[in-house]
Design a protein around this ligand. Structure first.
Ligand code: GUN
Ligand code: FE
Length: 437
């Protein structure tokens, strides 16, 4: 039985604009599912273990909606280039190394270890074109207790020989072979189709990907309208379509019973934004990547106001940090610069909105994830802010705001994914009626 309570200062988003705070309260995990938040311990649960995190904040888990595990090794390097030059000089040479399983193991062990230390509980991850090392990454994530989507990258043009799959047919076969290799092998790590982006994928590869999406009922992740040079290139490659988004739509890859994630959407036209909404696409906003590669800043508030799903991504290694705290802060900061420098029609994001995007916004890609409302998966992060010293009293709202700006992995005291403790394992003591606070 995986039923227990956590005690602490519980905070979560009720909607995009509102946070709920429950000081010194209980959140109940009933077999991996949240059974609600209570200020007074409910009689029904008397006798279950309760872990008392004292004055810590207890937050829902965070979703990194777009991250390249295979780029973690060169995070923080090569930030003086724009997208296409960065791919050619930094990214592709690194990704070639994942043909070597022993290199992949060393690199992916570091990635998974570091992901575990932080506040991320769910992630949508790119590996490389290589099946074996992708399966290894999936195994490491599963062992660590994550719930994640992982995509073996598909690409058959405009990349170095050793990364370039040998024609569309071979690339589709490789994707299908990998999908079959995943079957029955993982419980919590799922395959997701991952055509890199239009410039790397021929028309026939995109057609094959759409076929696999329908055949295996798979989600899909890719990149869209990140950089102006990239968009101009797509126009040259696909002269017969009206825009970048349509280049995906044309092959049917946006359609399907499982959702799609498009990273960036920095420069999407109004028509493209409408297409994203119509197809229920999740936009992964990656503020660090937007700034590091000088791509621009995605109009997040516009997408939210349109009712488009939005979450946050690290986009390692175009983004340099896995920390969801930093990414929330940078989403706010980027939105302020965008507002001040280029577009006063979209107000900056607020703390409530950044927190919403990092928890419920991206979590929705996984279903009922990212909240402590009843029925949500029990993903929790225990944040200990006692080292962020302050001489005056702070409200819980203020403490959460400071965590967003100041916290790092050291402040993640414990982490639970679907009720399983994956960091900071603590013994829970059964509560008896007469010991209840
Ligand atoms: N577009 C195509 N590939 C990539 C990648 O690896 N990172 C980013 N940021 N954009 C891309
Ligand atoms: Fe990316």
């Amino acid at each position: 039985m995986n039923t227990f309570a956590l005690k602490g200062n519980i905070c979560f988003s009720t909607d995009r604009e509102h946070l709920s705070f429950f000081p010194h309260s209980y959140v109940i995990c009933d077999n991996g599912v949240c059974a609600g938040v209570y200020q007074k311990f409910p009689d029904k649960y008397i006798g279950i273990p309760c872990i008392d995190y004292k004055d810590c904040l207890v937050l829902p888990g965070f979703t990194d909606l777009h991250v390249h595990a295979s780029q973690y090794a060169f995070r923080g390097l090569g930030m003086d280039l724009e997208l296409i030059d960065w791919l050619n000089t930094r990214t592709f040479p690194e990704e070639q190394k994942y043909e070597d399983l022993s290199y992949a193991r060393r690199a992916y062990e570091i990635f998974v270890h570091d992901l575990l230390e932080g506040a991320t509980t769910r992630a949508c991850i790119f590996s490389t074109v290589h099946e074996e090392s992708t399966l290894l990454l999936m195994e490491l994530l599963e062992q660590a207790g994550f719930h994640a989507y992982v995509g073996k990258v598909s690409m058959d043009r405009n990349c170095p020989e050793h990364l370039c799959e040998k024609g569309a047919e071979a690339a589709v076969q490789a994707a299908e072979h990998w999908i079959r290799a995943c079957a029955d092998r993982f419980h919590n790590i799922k395959p997701i189709l991952t055509p890199r982006f239009i410039p790397s994928c021929t028309d026939n590869l995109m057609r094959g990907i759409a076929f696999l999406r329908e055949k295996y009922h798979l989600s899909l992740q890719s990149h869209l309208s990140e950089n102006l040079g990239e968009i101009a290139w797509v126009k040259e490659l696909c002269p017969d379509v009206g825009g970048y988004g349509e280049a995906y739509e044309k092959f049917g890859v946006l359609e399907g019973d499982r959702p799609v994630i498009m990273a960036h959407c920095v420069h999407s036209t109004p028509e493209e934004a409408e297409l994203l909404k119509r197809r229920g696409v999740f936009v992964a906003h990656c503020p660090q990547s937007n700034t590091n590669l000088a791509s621009g800043i995605a109009p997040v508030r516009k997408y939210l106001d349109m009712g488009i799903h939005v979450g946050l991504g690290s986009d390692i290694a175009a983004g340099h940090s896995l920390s969801m705290f930093r990414i929330m802060a940078e989403a706010i900061q980027c939105s302020k610069l965008r507002w001040r420098l280029s577009d006063q029609s979209l107000e900056p994001l607020r703390v409530e909105e950044a927190f919403y995007l990092a928890t419920r916004g991206g979590g929705a890609f996984f279903g009922k994830v990212g909240s402590f409302e009843k029925g949500f998966a029990f993903d929790a992060v225990v944040a200990d802010d006692s080292a962020l010293r302050c001489p005056c009293h702070l409200t819980l709202r203020e403490r959460l705001e400071r965590l967003i700006y100041l916290a790092d992995d050291r402040h993640v005291a414990a982490k639970y994914i679907v009720g399983r403790a994956v960091k900071g394992q603590a013994e829970g003591l059964p509560l008896r009626k007469n010991t209840l606070a």
